[in-house]
Design a protein around this ligand. Structure first.
Ligand code: ADP
Ligand code: MG
Length: 339
């Protein structure tokens, strides 16, 4: 006779962790997104050995109340939505309530958190999904989460991690994207005791681009501020001379969320079509705002995919507006030369 087993929570969480925690970079992403959702204005990320051994994210956000602390580590536990209807107006980066549960099921986690209203904070240690200590502690407002020894209890996954260099590169990429999406948050990124970058958090996107990318990007970018039908686009797009051999610097946000969208990428590339060499891709840091009821971000647990209603309309809007922005920029200097 075949037995049908009902899996226990620890096994369920480890399976789910496969989708949420692809590697150290996904932990960094989830933790920073939680800090952003907690309205932090300052976020520090420190990693060691490509995040495989150590990741620490500290924020000055809302913190978690003492009585809620343990709940945060449960699966499907979230303060961001309460019913399915909420999904269609979700503007927070998280809503699935599974990141902390997944991370703690495959690593050793320590969290220190304090709300403004509490006299003291709480320090809690969770090891492979089990709470091993919880005690009051003196600490600043906000939350610090330390994740050590990723995949210590899932040897098969441990083997699939990349070299320290490879994992570091992926972390740098995700922090860059998140920091560029929030110019009003001061980010600090430390790798093996070296400061990789800091941003001012002054709300200025061009100074944020300058702090992170540090070359002459800003000088070669065109500011975009367009409103078309039911979407707005803000940010910077590169001059056609500032191209890359792949899409990794087509940095796109939809309603503040970093996404990889083939539709948006193709619309951007169409705008550049006549101005770029073949097989080259434009660079941009572009924030698109759409009514949240017109998009679905609940496509995959990693939440980097987005489904857009009225795709054809949105595609046209993006490519036409960007083309306009490019033409304005390219033709104005030419006119000046003629004068
Ligand atoms: P989600 O972000 O989808 O809600 P998570 O598992 O990432 O799920 O987090 C669970 C809950 O823990 C959040 O909804 C939030 O209430 C709380 N939380 C997590 N990280 C932080 C943080 N840095 N600051 C304040 N609250 C946090
Ligand atoms: Mg989250």
């Amino acid at each position: 006779m075949t037995m049908i087993n009902i899996l226990d929570d620890s096994t369920i969480n480890k399976i789910a962790a496969g989708e949420v925690v692809e590697g150290p970079y996904s932990i960094v992403k989830e933790l920073i997104e939680n800090s952003i959702d907690a309205e932090a204005t300052s976020i520090t990320v420190e990693i060691k050995e490509g995040g495989k051994k150590y990741i620490r994210v500290t924020d000055n956000g809302s913190g978690i109340e003492e009585k809620e602390v343990e709940k945060a580590f449960l699966r499907h536990a979230t303060s961001k939505i309460s019913k399915i209807k909420d999904l269609y107006k979700v503007l927070s980066l998280g809503f699935r309530g599974e990141a902390l549960a997944s991370i703690t099921s495959v690593a050793q986690v320590e969290m220190i958190t304090k709300t403004r209203d509490q006299q003291y904070g709480i320090s809690i240690e969770v090891n492979g999904g089990k709470v091993i200590s919880k005690k009051p502690i003196g600490c600043p407002n906000g939350t610090t989460i330390i994740v050590k020894n990723l995949f210590f209890n899932t040897p098969a996954r441990l083997k699939f991690m990349k070299s320290t260099q490879g994992e570091t590169a992926k972390i740098t990429e995700i922090i860059t994207r998140l920091a560029l999406s929030k110019p009003n948050v001061a980010f600090k990124y430390i790798n093996n005791n070296n400061i990789m970058f800091t941003t001012l958090g002054d709300g200025n996107l061009s100074s944020t681009i300058y702090s992170i990318l540090q070359d002459d990007w800003v000088k070669n970018m065109i500011e975009v501020n367009k409103k078309a039908n039911n979407l707005t686009m803000e940010g910077f797009i590169g001059q056609p001379t500032l191209y890359r051999g792949n899409r990794s610097y087509e940095i796109i946000y939809v309603n503040g969320r970093y996404v990889k969208s083939k539709l948006v990428s193709q619309a951007i590339e169409l705008a550049y079509k006549e101005n770029l060499p073949i097989n080259k891709y434009p660079v941009c840091v572009l924030n698109i705002r759409i009514d949240p009821s017109l998009i679905d971000v609940n496509v995959h647990p990693m939440k980097t995919e987005v489904k857009i209603k009225d795709e054809a309309d949105i595609f046209k809007c993006i490519s036409t507006s960007l083309k306009e922005a490019l033409i304005e920029e390219i033709t104005i200097p030419m006119l000046k030369v003629k004068e």
